[in-house]
Ligand binder design. Structure first.
Ligand code: PEP
Ligand code: MG
Length: 591
């Protein structure tokens, strides 16, 4: 919705707030992608034509399959295997013999033409996807529509009509964009994206980030189509879109963009340097990754290893579950690409907003507090042990650590460890190479675990504090609900004191403690964590250089002193003000 500058004139400057889904700033002419109205030709055919019509449909499905395979290859080469897999579900739909058989029946029995018969079948399937419990199939509706449109286009137009070319650089405004749509546009002239639908975890958002295209979603199409016309600014950092910006807006954002680029280039120079404070205290700086293909980004940004590998991303966006071998190959690829750096593999953190088909419960009222994470793993021993065997096998090279998410008590941690031991014994009995003594960590992301930190520290090899969940549960603020997002205060004294308690418990037992939630990459909080004695900070690869610069600019002793004072303060505002004041020379204007 417009928040500033909107008047009744459609072409006036309009600032719209949305969800930042891919960082960076794009400025350019707006290009509205109007939802295409596809006329589905409907006609009756003569009985003698039925077989020819079925054959025409089969040819169209084959042609669509060829297009999808070509797209998959292109994306696999240009972007990565993970993104390319999006097209596997398209291929699966196109190969589905049941769809063809049902449409063929319609053609033969009702003498419908191929377009009409196929369209009817896809609608039946879309209704089934829409009604399926758990919401997982809803994610695939966009894939289904994409495939349906492709086949109808082939049937109604000349075979394989070329995708619309972007002749000039533009910012694309659309209601929705499929991953294949994005990949067709992404050949260089797509500066930025502004969408109505699609969250940060959508396939389109994943592709946009991998392609480095700034994007904002959650902007109502009605606003875009009514008001856009001239230039547009997409601020993928702030989640803001400015339609018909003023010259001042453009200058300001161009400036911010060039500062951003200059800073990125400057920070690249730090990648070979160690994250040590001015007085020699080393703080491990690691990366959070979702895909094995990100190993290159980890190295390029100079991270010392992986502090959190979110293994559930291997399970998302597909119909089946990856088996032990597939998981082993993925984990091994990451571990080998980064050896001798450590790779911390977190077991499946299913649930919440990451629904895994076959494992999740339907329609939960409080999915973040429901059937998720280690709870699901402990109740599904076979898939859990398959994952543990895969992790242990990938650890044969010696640089893999194992970590359990959402532990709420000692019993869960012990049970998870017992499964790991079973998995290890099975591998040993079968003579399969594996890590015999893998370091096993406990995530501290639920207040009960923070309260039990001393007990857990006696049994875990390391801690990793997941501040995203820890803050949401401590402050009773749903991390996914934008209406209360301002209450999820990262500088909250309650959360900071809780973290300090966990660090002290770890110190007491001599185990290392990491922070892998978003707070680790918040510049002033990162300095506080250094002062609290945290051993490792883990964040997305692109954030590593800036935090490394900060660590190298401060003294450990001054950070310690600041942390001591901060922990006595009672409000988030006071915390923020004190850190800002103490480190004003190094934090700069972003603080
Ligand atoms: C966290 O909760 O802070 C964390 C790192 O895990 P995730 O964001 O994957 O829930
Ligand atoms: Mg978490």
């Amino acid at each position: 919705m417009p928040i500033a500058g909107a008047t009744d004139s459609p072409r006036s400057r309009t600032v719209l707030e949305g969800v930042p889904v891919s960082p960076g700033i794009a400025i350019g002419p707006a290009w509205l992608l109007h939802p295409r109205k596809r006329e589905i030709p409907k006609r009756s055919i003569a009985p003698g034509q039925a077989e020819a019509e079925v054959a025409r449909l089969r040819r169209a499905l084959d042609a669509a399959g060829r297009q999808v395979r070509a797209l998959r290859e292109r994306i696999g080469g240009d972007v990565g295997e993970y993104e390319a897999r999006i097209f596997d579900s398209h291929a699966l739909i196109l190969r589905d013999e049941e769809i063809l058989a049902a449409a063929a029946r319609d053609i033969r029995d009702n003498l419908h033409n191929a377009e009409h018969a196929f369209h009817r079948q896809m609608n039946v399937l879309a209704d089934r996807f829409d009604a399926a419990a758990g919401g997982f199939l809803k994610e695939h509706l966009i894939d289904l529509r994409d495939v349906a449109a492709r086949v109808i286009d082939i049937l109604t137009l000349a075979d394989g009509e070329a995708p619309p070319e972007l002749r000039h650089p533009v910012v694309l405004l659309a209601r929705a964009l499929t991953p294949s749509g994005l990949s067709q546009f992404a050949a260089g002239n797509l500066l930025g994206l502004c969408l109505e639908t699609g969250g940060k975890a959508s396939h389109t958002a994943i592709l946009a980030r991998s392609l480095g295209i700034p994007a904002v979603s959650g902007i109502p199409w009605a606003e875009l189509s009514a008001r856009a016309g001239g230039a547009v600014i997409v601020d993928g950092d702030a989640g803001r879109v400015i339609l018909n910006p003023s010259l001042r807006d453009i200058k300001e954002h161009e400036h911010r963009r060039s500062v951003r680029l200059a800073r990125e280039r400057e920070l690249e120079g730090l990648s070979g340097l160690e994250p040590v404070t001015r007085d020699g205290k080393h703080v491990a700086l690691s990366a959070n990754v979702e895909r094995p293909g990100e190993a290159e980004a980890v190295l390029r940004h100079g991270a010392g290893g992986v502090g959190l590998y979110r293994s559930e991303f291997l399970f998302l966006g597909r119909e089946d579950m990856p088996g032990e071998e597939e998981q082993y190959q993925a984990y091994k690829a990451l571990a080998e690409a980064l050896a001798p750096r450590h790779v911390t593999i977190r077991t499946l953190d299913a649930g919440g907003d990451k629904q895994i088909p076959g494992l999740q419960a339907d329609d939960e009222r409080n999915p973040h507090m429901g059937w998720r994470s280690i709870r699901v793993s402990l109740r599904n021993p076979e898939p859990f042990k398959a994952q543990l065997r895969a992790i242990l096998r990938a650890g044969a090279g010696g640089n893999v650590r194992l970590m359990f998410p959402m532990i709420t008590n000692l019993r869960e941690f012990r049970a998870a460890r017992a499964f790991a031991e079973e998995a290890r014994a099975e591998l040993a009995a079968a003579g399969v190479p594996h890590a015999a003594d893998i370091e096993t960590g406990c995530m501290i992301e639920v207040p009960s675990a923070a309260l039990l930190a001393e007990d857990l520290a006696r049994e875990a090899d390391f801690f990793s504090i997941g501040t995203n969940d820890l803050a949401q549960f401590t402050l009773a603020v749903d991390r996914a609900n934008e209406r209360v997002s301002d209450l999820l205060e990262p500088h909250s004294p309650a959360v900071l004191r809780e973290i300090q308690g966990v660090v002290q418990a770890a110190r007491g037992q001599g185990i290392p403690v990491a922070i892998c939630g978003e707070m680790a990459a918040d510049p002033d909080l990162a300095l506080l964590f250094v002062g609290m004695g945290v051993d490792e900070l883990s964040m997305s690869p692109a954030q590593v250089p800036e935090i490394k610069r900060l660590i190298r600019s401060v003294g450990y002793e001054e950070a310690r002193q600041c942390a001591r004072e901060v922990l006595r303060l009672g409000t988030a505002e006071e915390v923020h003000a004190l850190v800002k004041e103490r480190f004003k020379d190094v934090l700069g204007r972003d603080a």
